[in-house]
Design a protein around this ligand. Structure first.
Ligand code: CTP
Length: 404
């Protein structure tokens, strides 16, 4: 169920609804009367394909306020206004949305959006704390441009970020099972400059790494996302460190890894970089053939982390997760190559995907196998990258539980 409060950000909830239905969810929309001032009933009905009621008197024979709350797998309220939070805390039931909140037996996710003054008011601060104590998931609002000229905390997080939080809440049943875990995720693909306008790059979109960061944050982990050249919305509640090259990525991951429990290297790191970066743009010139670009080896960041753990620079308890983008060839299939890579890399978990024909890059869905040093192989795990992300965190949580 998608509850919509009466704030200007209600228009973004229409996009959220779209994302949820496209992900295959059946969504019942319950706006407040005030929400309909911003986005009309017809929009919610058309996008959800379901009737739209706001009052407990709308669907009396169906006892909607009880049925909707009891049958939903998740209630997400976006935007949750200051007034709506207050009414939820007080246990009011003066419209269908608040009545549903009282009858809901499923996880409830509230996504506040309001002016900064309202968000920081002691009344709202206390209301959010009370809701969280009661087990309601309350996302922190994003920081940025608000309705007027003002900026600050209070913006509704982007619909993509809310959809990721919805996915996580559905996966864990609303539990923040990774609370207390500090994780570092690298994502995207490094770019190695050739001259001021050209670089050697790769086709990594960053989707899987971002999904991993979003999933971990939604499950309560403290997440640093080292992001190499990614054009995606920042996941909610994640510290993003942008980097360009492999050397920058190595420095950023190294700095964050020192205080991390888990490092997931999902980034596609260039193995080589041009030995020299031309100070000026390389011209076509008159010569027939361009001069070859000499390459030098980049550090293997993951191997560096494994070595640091072995030497004691990183704690022995740090869990290290690698990715392998493999294709089968004449010698072995993709999974056999992944087994060999797991052994050679010395990681605790290898996420292997078959990228033959570029099948994975930039796509929402993927297929992976999860390999561990004990020889266990889970998979194939096929699904949206968000689903695969949760499967990876389930496995990481299992590995850590087994060693502590
Ligand atoms: N990786 C890294 N530093 C590099 C290259 C790769 O940390 N310079 C990490 C990747 O983030 C990934 C794992 O190592 O988690 C496997 O990367 P892969 O693309 O398979 O690269 P290679 O190990 O170089 O394997 P190959 O020689 O088969 O290309």
């Amino acid at each position: 169920m998608l509850g919509v409060g009466g704030g200007i950000a209600a228009y973004k909830a229409a996009h959220l609804l779209r994302l949820l239905t496209e992900a295959g969810h059946e969504v019942r929309v319950v706006p407040t009367e005030a929400a309909l001032q911003f986005v009309g009933r017809a929009t919610w009905a058309a996008l959800s394909g379901q009737p739209v009621h706001t009052s407990v008197w709308d669907d009396v024979e169906g006892v909607g306020h009880v049925r909707v709350g009891k049958t939903a797998d998740l209630v997400v309220v976006a935007p949750a206004t200051a007034d709506l939070l207050a009414r939820a805390v007080a246990g009011r039931a003066d419209d269908l949305l608040t009545a549903t909140l009282l009858t809901a037996t499923c996880p409830v996710l509230m996504v506040p959006a309001m002016h900064t003054e309202m968000w920081q008011h002691p009344a709202t601060v206390a209301n959010v704390a009370t809701l969280r104590e009661r087990g309601i998931l309350v996302l922190d609002p994003a920081v940025g441009r608000l309705t007027g000229a003002d900026t600050g905390p209070g913006r509704l997080p982007e619909p993509e970020a809310i959809a990721q939080a919805v996915h996580a809440a559905l996966h864990t049943g609303g539990r923040r099972d990774l609370a207390g875990l500090r994780v570092v995720v690298s994502a995207g693909g490094t770019r190695e400059p050739v001259d001021p306008v050209r670089f050697l790059g790769n086709r990594s979109s960053g989707l899987q790494g971002y999904a991993l960061a979003a999933a971990a944050a939604a499950r309560g982990a403290e997440v640093t996302l080292v992001s190499a050249n990614v054009a995606l919305v920042d996941p909610a509640g994640v510290r993003v460190v942008p980097v360009g090259t492999a050397l920058e990525l190595e420095a950023a991951v190294g700095a964050a890894a020192a205080a991390a429990d888990v490092v997931v290297m999902a980034a596609a790191v260039a193995d080589f970089r041009p030995a020299e970066v031309a100070a000026d743009k390389i011209k076509k010139g008159a010569q027939q053939e361009p001069a070859p670009i000499a390459l030098v080896r980049n550090p293997d960041v993951l191997a560096g982390l494994v070595a640091a753990r072995r030497s004691g620079t990183l704690p022995a308890t740090t869990t290290l997760v690698g990715f392998a983008a493999e294709t089968g060839d004449a010698d072995a299939d993709a999974l056999q190559h992944a087994r060999a890579k797991l052994a050679s890399k010395g990681v605790d978990l290898l996420v292997a995907n078959d990228v033959a024909g570029g099948a994975v890059f930039g796509r929402a869905g993927t297929v992976v196998h999860l390999l561990t040093p004990d020889g266990a192989v889970a998979g194939p795990i096929a699904g949206a990258k968000a689903e695969v992300a949760h499967a990876v965190w389930d496995r990481v949580a299992g590995l850590r539980a087994a060693t502590t």
